[in-house]
Write a protein that binds this ligand. Structure first.
Ligand code: NDP
Length: 253
């Protein structure tokens, strides 16, 4: 049975990695809707690869007017929005993740804007268009629970997202809109190419495989499958909490 039949979803950052994996999983369960991203080439390629009713709308999640455009156009096209996946985030272009000695105040602001502020305002801008009873999934990270060198700001932003889901789910209770955080562990996506030079890529991925108890990196489809559950009525009693999909990474010291 299709778990998301007739559901309309918006997935920010659906043109790459985890967001695309979620879009594929949603499509396979009967959903349609919108994927977003700034890069129109990868966005068009992702829409073509989905071979479905999903459309692409370009936009920057740190810009309010772009967010409004995404939700208005989606609503105009599909007539409703049932599911919102707040996934765009991660690495800020041109600002490497760095330790406290090497990050500027502007770098701090840009990481917080992309990973925390944009999550809040993506939800806020979606609200006028979301159905009562909608499901909102915020993409967090195992980094909220597990420190790594040079990642303090990113980790703090992702930890705050877990609190956002708790607070927003209370704010939105009158509309029966559920908000939950889905936190991936190490997932094999293009983000690693943004974090480390090509010559170190294999070694870094191997390091993640070695320290993840199940002995592999996750796939975008691993996250997509959990997102289907959180988007569907199967999870109707799950409100304001976090689900980790990390192969056991946060269980080890
Ligand atoms: P990718 O780099 O593959 O994808 C990032 C996505 O975010 C792209 O679609 C990108 O599109 C979009 N994006 C980035 N900046 C902006 C912006 N300013 N406005 C709009 N869209 C933007 O990485 P992942 O798929 O790995 O990451 C997706 C999410 O998962 C992130 O929130 C990340 O923090 C989280 N995560 C990832 C983990 C991993 O191991 N991969 C682990 C834990 C969490 P475009 O460049 O076209 O704008």
């Amino acid at each position: 049975m299709s778990k998301l039949k007739n559901k309309v979803a918006v997935i920010t950052g659906g043109n790459s990695g985890i967001g695309f994996g979620i879009a594929e999983a949603f499509k396979n369960e009967g959903a349609s809707g919108t994927i977003t991203g700034r890069n129109e080439v990868t966005l068009n390629n992702a829409v073509a690869a989905l071979k479905s009713d999903f459309i692409g709308i370009a936009g920057d999640v740190t810009k309010s007017e772009d967010l409004e455009n995404v939700f208005k156009k989606t609503f105009d096209k599909f007539g409703k929005i049932d599911v919102l996946v707040v996934n765009a985030g991660g690495v800020v272009d041109g600002v490497p993740m760095a330790d406290i000695e090497n990050i500027t105040e502007e770098g701090y602001d840009r990481y917080m804007d992309l990973n925390l502020k944009s999550s809040y305002f993506t939800v806020k801008k979606a609200l006028p268009y979301l159905n009562d009873g909608a499901s909102i999934i915020l993409i967090g990270s195992s980094a909220a629970h597990r420190a790594a060198p040079g990642m303090a700001i990113y980790s703090a932003a992702k930890a705050a997202i877990i609190s956002l889901a708790k607070g927003l789910s209370l704010d939105l209770l009158p509309r029966k809109i559920r908000v939950n955080t889905l936190s991936p562990g190490s997932i094999d996506t293009p983000v690693f190419g943004k974090l480390v030079p090509e010559e170190h890529l294999d070694a870094v991925k191997q390091m993640w495989i070695d320290i993840t108890p199940v002995g592999r990196q996750g796939l975008p489809s691993d996250i997509g499958n959990v997102a289907v559950f959180l988007a569907s009525d199967d999870s109707s009693f799950i409100v304001g909490t976090e689900i980790l999909s990390d192969g056991g990474l946060t269980n080890i010291s």
